[in-house]
Design a protein around this ligand. Sequence first.
Ligand code: ADP
Ligand code: MG
Length: 821
Amino acid sequence: MPVFDIDSLRKILELEQKKGYSDSAVIGGLDKFMRQWAEKAIQGITDHALLLKFQKLHLRDSKYASLPKEGRQKWIKNVLDFAAEMEHGKVEKPAPIRKISAKLERPPLKPKTSAIVSGQTLDASITTIKGISTSFAGKFGKLGVKTIRDLLYFFPNRHLDYSQMKTVSQLREGQEETIVANVWEAKITMPGGRRSTEAIVGDETGNVRAMWFNNPYLAKTLTPNMKIVLSGKVRLFNGRFVFESPEWEPMEEGDLIHTGRLVPVYPLTEGLHQRQTRKMIKGIVDLWANRIPDFLPIAVKEHCQLIALPQAITQAHYPDNIDLKDKARVRLAFDELFLLQLGVLSKKRDWQESQPGVPININQKIMDCFLRSLPFKLTLAQKKVLTEILGDMQKSQAMSRLLQGEVGSGKTVVATAALLTAVADGYQTALMAPTEILAEQHFATIHKLLSAVGRMETEGNHLYTYSGILSGPLTIALLIGAMTAKNKREIHQLIVNGEIDIVIGTHAIIQKEVEFKKLGFVVVDEQHRFGVAQRSILRQKGTNPHVLAMTATPIPRTLALTIYGDLDLSVIDELPPGRQLIKTKWLRPNQRDSAYNFIRKEIAGGHQAFIICPLIEESETIQARAAVAEYEHLSREVFPNLRMGLLHGRMAAKDKEKVMQQFHEKELDILVSTPVIEVGIDVPNATVMMVESADRFGLSQLHQFRGRVGRGPAQSYCILLSQNPSEVGQERLSVIETVHNGFRLAEEDLRLRGPGEFFGTRQSGLPDLRMAKLSDVALLELARNEAERLFAKDRHLTNPEHAPLVKELARVWTTEIEELS
Ligand code: ADP
Ligand code: MG
């Protein structure tokens, strides 16, 4: 309890009397002294009658100096009387400490005032709720909340723990505390010129001040003797405790909403207020949560030990305790993941059943021939995935498989083996790459591989024919936008006639002019670079061909199960032997010159270098401008004698291709590039990858950059520069320096940055995950297993017991489940 000295007060007042009420008893005047004294005193006055007297004296706003002489006499007498009364022990004796109950006992619930309007359902607009104005509803609309059900599912993003009741004497500085207290006084004050409310509240153990800045209205609402619950941060101000803008609510109004419990904090938009929202949602939850049908099959609920849906929704908003709050999250997160898995699995089922695929026979002799012709042996990982792929191709269900493997892990060889298998059984095939350069590269690679098995017979325009592989000729063709119209037309014609066995190209392959005679198998490289629509068009070009998607971006399993849950996954998790490790070094800003010197030395040795410009998020235009500036600076000031090239997203496609081609042909020493351009080309002669502001990139992306070098025999290097990395940035940089495994980096990335940033943009077509996190690995696996178990028992979910689930599925997957493969 704060100290205040009644004795010295009395002495000063008596001295003032002796001095003839001349306001000379204390230096600075009596008012100043009085106000200070009163501020301290009020915290110690717990007796209600005494407090009222104290307030009547207005000592905290003492105006002694302005009184005439008689007024001063009377004033001093009153204060002395009051001091005497205080001294009579009412204050000094220690106040009893109230027994604390962790949970507040409250009067029973009042009957509900709001009620369900007739005909109102969970899917009724929130405008049908009594007391919700159109403008209020409009603001919720902006948050995507349109119906009563949406509101039930509009979860807080956190809770304040105001569940522990304290007494005033137990308050601790800097803590979030909750007390039940009487309002003694509330008035408008002007701290810092802002009209605010200041109140003194207290219980039997003491008083404490509460301030609500910029809120003078409360002064009227908080009437003396009102009993309130107060929750908020306690600060020390001038040696005294004060609640700063605490949450509060009257004690006697049904359930606590803002205080005295785990209090929800909702993610709001402008014009929506926590108090108003909490109150409204509390009403909705009380009225509606029990009416929400629990769609989970009982067996699933029991097997996974999940709480009931109405309870989960109630507890997610207004939890009784932390344990129930967690249980609610688990139940709701499970729902999201389970519905997601059911969605992707049912999509896969429909797609497999709607159109039978063509089973492809494997010609073991040709396969053996091909494998023997390779200058190396397949790694174990390559063999494993090839077996998986060939296994799929033999089925009458079309394959839909995602092949993941780091750059250089040997995906192309595996894909070629599969292409050859389909061709050997009489089918046409296609390989689609995201850029012309990559398509050309694939064309050259496949040409090389096939030349080793058979003999090249004819070489036409973008067209090679081989003998000695199949019983007849085998023809491959390139189809890219850069080819002349005449050339393209020729290729189109040959494709229609069925005279081309393997078409390698860009999205030029999926133009409508391109018709296949008998397309049986399609490989999509770097599949994340293609839009969903493009992939499905390709699929429609044949009688449901087998599709193999490939990516060099390792995706953590949880993410893959979610985003590509309808695909089967294959992973090449080992690199061919003898691959060099790319020496990776994070340099401090003052080491920039030595980095430049290093680049000069490598180029003098006949090699080439990449320089990646900093990531600038504003726009591609600004990014491009910055890259141009950096390019000019480097060309003029740093590397005036070297041949420099520039690549950015604002360049025309053919200019981009030209620069890449020049770099590829060693006509350039250094390629300066923005990060938006994934430099997806194979330049074995490049040995240095320098990345500016490396801390701003994700690990996976840095790993991709790094994978651009080290593709030839010479030792290669990755130099990471960073001005002033954050803590997470520093962690990332030291991880990438030492870890060279793409999957491990991807997992780290997911851990450090979360899934949102993992792909840069949110994948469309998937339901929202609000409660589930992609780090919920165990829960995700559980949901996946449960979904698979359910499909095993009831493949089409026709069992009447599963009707509510089917309804929920249809609701969650509102937009037609998009083609994700
Ligand atoms: P990816 O497409 O996964 O990036 P590629 O198939 O292009 O990888 O292979 C990268 C390089 O490694 C190529 O030069 C290829 O010939 C070679 N390669 C592939 N598999 C092996 C292997 N098992 N052993 C040795 N070298 C291999
Ligand atoms: Mg590749």
